[in-house]
Design a protein around this ligand. Structure first.
Ligand code: UD1
Length: 419
């Protein structure tokens, strides 16, 4: 199994180009099931989750081929596909559940594996299923599979989500795009990735409009047209590099990112003392010695993202005073704490709250990565620590960060993969 060896205590300097967004690509790939016309997607990140989703599309009969490089693909669907997503493909990538909506909207039936639990929590799909039920879907869960069908075409409805869910909002947007009549979804997630999905569907002929801050109106359509679409940049990757500059007291130019989609993160990092300058599609960041402390909660967009919580925690370890982070989205997302403490951090947790003491001098260690964002937080800590840190079980990292070692090496990090 691959592991990473990092020799830390080096300042990162230079330019880094942000890849396409994993979390925008996944629902857009799922939405491709709706159409029988040619779809060209550009700026997909070349990461494991995207390969798994492409494999899933292949397994149901879509023809997907790479164009020029692994960042652009062409998708073409036959008039009939298999409406089945197996456990093997959904187990590593929860977003597999996003194929449920389009399969039901187009073919009226689907058998899709439930995603099951993962290290960061139970991750239920009740909100997806109940909302699909309102469009006319009947469903049962038997032996870990959702069996769903609708006798007639899905029918538009008014649906208010009981809780903000990115995945449920996306599944319903996709399903309602091909339902009969109009659907109004309220209390929607408004993450930029949800907006990218809406733009994509509209570009291929969908009729979706934001009619309120968290409310969307969708007029179902029968057919879609050919489309060429460029996926938005990955705001979590951009945030990770901003923090990498901060923890190494480096100086980075982060390219290819629209700063508007990470305003909250930038404001918080500025409050912590970082020097950040914004240009059109570029953020310049300079790390400083004195990091201030903060009390912070993760929350749905436009709040501070749970997907950057682990990375920010590493930076807060370097502050002079105590900081706290409340994790409000997932119930078990402090898996990185034990590993960071093994490197010398002083973090205690109580329920969903972490107390970060600060003044940490990170020491190198042998570590185990637990989930995608936790893995990258260990790399950040390793970039600070003197000596060699080994991070085991890095397959989580490959799910979501394109060429991370190559990008970090270009910035001056000493990092290598050992197979
Ligand atoms: C997406 C992102 C993930 C991010 C998360 C929150 C993708 C592929 N993944 O995950 O990186 O961390 O948003 O920003 O885009 N919930 C229920 N029932 C449901 C669905 C969700 O109770 O049916 C709960 C979840 O357990 C969680 C909360 O709602 O506590 C938010 O989850 P959700 O927004 O759905 O996250 P994902 O779409 O899975």
């Amino acid at each position: 199994m691959d592991k990473l060896e990092v020799y830390g205590a080096r300042k990162l300097k230079g330019k880094v180009l942000i890849s396409g967004s994993k979390n925008a690509s996944l629902p857009i790939l799922a939405a491709s099931i709706l159409s029988n016309k040619k779809i060209i997607l550009k700026n997909l990140p070349n990461v494991k989750d995207i390969k798994t989703m492409i494999k899933l599309l292949g397994s149901i009969g879509s023809s997907v081929r790479y164009l020029k490089n692994k960042n652009s693909i062409e998708i073409k669907n036959k008039s009939k596909i298999k409406t089945f997503a197996s456990y093997n493909l959904v187990k590593t990538m929860r977003a597999g559940i996003l194929v449920l909506g389009p399969m039901l909207a187009k073919y009226g039936n689907a058998k899709v594996s439930t995603p099951g639990g993962c290290t960061i929590g139970v991750r239920p799909i009740d909100i997806h299923l109940k909302a699909l039920g309102k469009l006319g879907v009947n469903y049962k869960i038997i032996d870990g599979y959702v069996y769903a069908n609708s006798k007639k075409k899905l029918k538009g409805a008014k649906i208010k989500f009981p809780k903000i869910s990115v995945g449920a909002t996306e599944n319903l947007i996709i399903a309602a795009s091909m339902a009969e009549g109009s659907t109004i979804l309220s209390n929607c997630a408004i993450e930029p990735e949800v907006k990218d999905l809406v733009n994509f569907i509209n570009c291929m002929g969908g009729k979706i409009k934001w009619i309120g801050k968290r409310t969307i109106k969708i007029e179902g359509v029968k057919n879609f047209k050919e489309v060429k679409y460029t996926i938005m940049p990955d705001r979590i990757e951009a945030g990770t590099y901003l923090i990498a500059a901060a923890v190494t007291e480096g100086n980075l130019k982060i390219l290819g990112i629209n700063p508007n989609i990470i305003r909250t993160e930038i404001e918080i990092l500025k409050k912590l003392g970082l020097k950040i300058k914004i240009e059109k599609n570029q953020i310049n960041v300079v790390g400083v010695k004195d990091i201030k402390s903060i009390n912070l909660k993760t929350s749905p967009y436009p709040g501070f993202p749970t997907d950057l919580q682990a990375q920010l925690m590493v930076l807060l370890c370097m502050s002079k005073k105590i900081s706290t982070i409340s994790e409000e989205i997932f119930e078990n997302r402090f898996m990185h704490v034990a590993e960071l403490n093994r490197m010398g951090a002083k973090i205690k947790t109580k329920g969903n709250k972490a107390f970060i003491e600060g003044n940490t001098k990170f020491k190198s260690a042998e570590l185990m990565a637990t989930d995608l964002r936790a893995s990258v937080s260990l790399i950040l800590a390793a970039l600070i620590a003197k000596g060699k840190t080994t991070i085991n079980r890095i397959y989580h990292l490959d799910r979501g960060y394109e060429e991370i070692e190559k990008k970090l090496r270009k910035l001056g990090a000493k990092i290598k993969r050992v197979s």
